[in-house]
Design a protein around this ligand. Structure first.
Ligand SMILES: [Zn+2]
Length: 121
């Protein structure tokens, strides 16, 4: 009986999903997602967006862009650490920068640190 050759494809490709859809599906299941619904977080978010109402990444672009911020973003990834999650530091971002640019930066940092850990004794 013929056997299909072994292929090395990411799980997302086998399921007809993009890697980003896989990433979002995993994120939704994380326990820290519930922290975004707490009064404590809502107050932090409101305070951050009041203090810094424009997207920081858009403002840093050359030429600079003026975009209303809607996301209170963790400057340092909290990685599920509750103290870090609520302590910040935070920055204001627009939805586009948060969902595209920031995630791309964090993913590239994560793969860089994974490589560095693999190389170091
Ligand atoms: Zn932006």
């Amino acid at each position: 009986m013929p056997v299909a050759p072994l292929t090395l494809r990411p799980r997302s490709a086998r399921l007809g999903r993009t890697a980003n859809q896989d990433y979002e599906a995993r994120r939704r299941k994380m326990p820290w997602r519930a922290w975004y619904k707490t009064p404590e977080w809502r107050a932090i978010r409101r305070q951050q967006l009041n203090a810094e109402p424009l997207c920081r990444m858009c403002a840093a672009d050359q030429p600079s862009r003026v975009t209303a911020a809607t996301v209170c973003d963790h400057v340092r990834p909290h990685r599920g650490d509750r103290a870090r999650f609520f302590a910040g530091p935070f920055q204001s971002l627009c939805e586009t920068c948060h969902s595209a640019r920031k995630q791309r930066i964090e993913r590239s940092r994560a793969s860089q640190s994974a490589c560095a850990e693999g190389e170091a004794p």
